[in-house]
Design a protein around this ligand. Structure first.
Ligand SMILES: [Zn+2]
Length: 503
């Protein structure tokens, strides 16, 4: 089976793995069919006609009783565009809107296809991805073929779309989102993020804050940062770039609309990514209820007892068979069914299957929101849509509230009370472990640089401060400015008060 490796085993269920397999078979058939359509006797087929790809101009050229201004998140007024021009495509202002698609993986492929199928309304696209194509991507990332394995996802995806849909102009960028600065991001009218959250959410006990979550946080920080304010402190509408964030995990997915400084942002919901997936060890040891608990028992507790000097190798079939057999024994003892070798692999390797249909649903919602955010032709999503497809089909929409003191989308000063003898290093550690979940903070006071990670020379000079108590570096109630790679071009204002000092 093909799946993306990830942590967070508790979200796996044996049924989802089985269903994934049949899903994949369908997908393979579908991909083959698409391929067959693309060429007729070696010759490329002509592009799809407008009738084949639907007609969104109808929607955009007529008045609507459900336009954006009648919705609960009213952000703009819908103005039906003029009648279709000579080439049959409405000369909507949307055609000039440059769109950024972040990620050309499972979601990215779907998003690009959906944009291309929007009746020629979106043509100017930039797609970014730092990954290359792996053979395991081919079952669902349908813009790629076996000959493309090893090539840049962004480049191949862009080429495929441009060839198949000549009205499209997709420009690839193979690299990290962090390579680009504010001036790059400012050129877009909307950003759709389809980062593979499966991997992005990988959480381990050693690393409770997934590093791969970093791109999502960074992008969110950047887009929020681009907002400029008028004299009254209100955000200037033309500087607000809607960020539409999609994510999938097996049969579940979500899509959300982030209007920087208006709605909640990605950082506001960071708590939702807390490592809550862990099953208490006592449950595993004493009261297993589901097959996953039995498997966890075998590899977390039994393996080290049996092989104290050898680490379990999840890629060794011998090791995995051992775990599977022990898990099966335990499951039988407790009358629990459902332990399979596949599930054992899934739990130990923390595999969450990537499901093509979930990607299709989530990306369709994303592109739908992009069209609404640009044209205001219908009510925007307010603000979060979740989809669950593991047991039936269920979706739900709710307003994700803005976090009162979100360091990204609010401009509050944060307060911390600590002991004056706490070292600077401990304070920085607290910023990493605590609610801010920083990665590599640097800190300055109004008077001097306390600790700076870059450049190397400055790091060397300021390193001595790390072991000093705070009272030697600052006064109680002083405002510190904290910068961190998760917040591009922005800083956290932090007032630190000493609990043991009278002012
Ligand atoms: Zn926020």
């Amino acid at each position: 089976m093909t799946a993306s490796a990830s942590q967070g085993a508790s979200s796996i269920s044996s049924s989802s793995i089985k269903r994934d397999a049949s899903e994949m078979n369908n997908m393979v058939t579908m991909t083959t069919r698409l391929d067959a359509n693309a060429t007729v006797r070696g010759r490329r087929r002509p592009p799809l006609s407008r009738r084949q790809r639907g007609n969104l101009s109808t929607l955009l050229s007529r008045r609507s009783p459900f336009s954006n201004e009648t919705g609960s998140l009213a952000i703009g007024e819908f103005e039906p565009s003029a009648a279709p021009s000579v080439d049959g495509v409405a000369r909507s202002s949307l055609r000039d809107a440059r769109i950024l698609v972040v990620g050309a993986g499972g979601l990215g492929c779907e998003i690009l296809k959906d944009l291309a199928m929007c009746d020629g309304i979106f043509v100017d696209i930039v797609v970014m991805d730092l990954d290359t194509i792996d053979v395991t991507n081919l079952n669902r990332q349908f813009l790629f073929r076996s000959k493309d394995v090893g090539d840049s996802k962004a480049a191949v995806a862009a080429k495929f779309i441009n060839q198949r849909c000549p009205w499209m102009n997709v420009v690839p960028y193979h690299g990290k989102i962090q390579d680009k600065d504010a001036s790059f991001y400012r050129q877009f009218k909307v950003v759709i993020s389809g980062l593979d959250n499966v991997e992005a959410r990988s959480i381990t006990s050693e690393n409770p804050i997934p590093t791969l979550l970093l791109p999502n946080r960074w992008l969110n920080g950047m887009i929020n940062n681009l907002v400029e304010f008028d004299d009254d402190g209100d955000p200037l509408p033309e500087t607000i770039i809607p960020l539409i964030d999609g994510g999938t995990e097996g049969f579940s997915g979500q899509s959300r609309l982030i209007l920087p400084r208006i709605t909640s942002c990605f950082e506001c919901s960071l708590d939702a990514f807390a490592p809550s997936a862990a099953v208490p060890l006592c449950t595993i040891a004493e009261t297993p209820r589901i097959p996953e608990h039995c498997i966890a028992y075998a590899y977390v507790l039994q393996w080290p007892r049996e092989f104290p000097d050898r680490k379990l190798d999840a890629d060794s079939s011998g090791d995995m068979k051992w775990v599977y057999e022990r898990a099966l024994e335990r499951a039988e003892k407790f009358g629990i069914g459902g332990v399979t070798y596949m599930l054992t692999l899934g739990v130990v390797k923390n595999i969450i299957p990537a499901v093509a249909s979930t990607n299709a649903i989530v990306s369709a919602v994303c592109v739908n929101e992009a069209m609404k955010a640009l044209s205001f032709c219908s009510q925007s999503l307010n603000t979060y849509m979740m989809y669950m497809g593991s047991e039936g089909i269920y979706s739900h929409t709710f307003v994700y509230e803005q976090k009162q003191n979100c360091p990204v989308c609010t401009t509050t000063t944060h307060h911390m009370s600590v002991s004056s003898i706490m070292t600077l290093n401990s304070l920085l550690q607290q910023l990493c472990d605590g609610e801010f979940r920083l990665k590599a903070p640097s800190v300055t006071s109004s008077m001097k640089t306390l600790y700076m990670r870059k450049p190397v020379a400055l790091e060397k000079v300021t390193r001595v401060n790390l072991d000093k108590p705070l009272k030697d570096l600052m006064t109680s109630g002083e405002e510190l400015v904290v910068t961190d790679p998760v917040f591009p071009d922005t800083s956290l204002r932090l007032v630190v008060k000493f609990t043991d000092v009278d002012e």
